[in-house]
Design a binder for this molecule. Structure first.
Ligand SMILES: C[S@@+](CC[C@H](N)C(=O)[O-])C[C@H]1O[C@@H](n2cnc3c(N)ncnc32)[C@H](O)[C@@H]1O
Length: 220
């Protein structure tokens, strides 16, 4: 399957979802680092970076992505940024998965004012990605994309995360984009191994349910 974003280099977020992130970031006036987990062609990345037009004062941007979403993904991301007047060398690309990134973040003591989670949308990976909240500064924001019926894992993981971590609050829902804030009361992230196990089972059941429904719809 050809990914549209590999041809258009456009964002995979809707206009309303990008506007919600832009508005939140403009209001917050963050100066600390920003992180995008899962960048596709960098379409959203270039818009988020564009919120800070002066490269000299722009917060540092990091991207985590295995860069196997489509052929030549990293080259296309870099071209997309260059075409938008952004130096791609100003972005720190962590080529790999979010699981590869966590020990790096720990070892380097990385901290982020803004984290945008838009990688693997299944139940367990999203819940595991929310461990990144430990690297968010108090008052910082976490955005999650594709929280809707097409990707039931995203909403499931957010709900479970908030039950275990009451120091985080929902601030905005724009279409399938959910914004959470880390309050100063947040402690170290709690994600239990039983939560991860339940996420694995739920994602398998959810996939079966979705393919059963598709088969039924095809027969009708
Ligand atoms: C839905 S696309 C991201 C869209 C992009 N954020 C945008 O708004 O245009 C998903 C991306 O997540 C990446 N990805 C998938 N699994 C990942 C993982 N475990 N860790 C990091 N990135 C992952 C894929 O390579 C792909 O680039």
């Amino acid at each position: 399957m050809v990914r549209q974003s590999s041809i258009t280099l456009a964002s995979e977020c809707s206009v309303a979802e990008r506007a919600a992130m832009t508005q939140a970031l403009e209001q917050a006036g963050f100066t600390g680092a920003h992180l995008e987990l899962g960048t596709a062609a960098g379409g959203t990345l270039k818009e988020l970076m564009g919120i800070y037009p002066d490269a000299a004062t722009r917060p540092p941007f990091h991207v985590i992505d295995p860069m196997t979403y489509f052929p030549d993904q990293l080259t296309k991301v870099r071209t997309n940024l260059t075409n938008a007047g952004i130096d791609p060398d100003s972005v720190r690309f962590h080529i790999g998965t979010s699981a590869d990134f966590l020990p790096v973040a720990r070892a380097e003591g990385l901290q982020f004012d803004f984290v945008f989670i838009d990688g693997d949308h299944r139940h367990r990976p999203v819940l595991a990605d929310l461990a990144l909240a430990d690297f968010v500064t108090p008052g910082g924001l976490i955005a999650l994309h594709d929280n809707g019926p097409k990707f039931p894992g995203v909403g499931w993981a957010i709900d479970r995360f908030l039950v275990r971590n009451p120091g985080y609050e929902r601030v905005t829902q724009a279409e399938t984009l959910t914004l959470l804030r880390k309050t100063p009361a947040a402690g170290p992230v709690r994600i239990l191994s039983t939560d991860l196990a339940e996420a694995s089972v739920t994602q398998v059941l959810s996939r079966w349910r979705q393919s059963y429904r598709k088969r039924l719809a095809r027969r009708a």
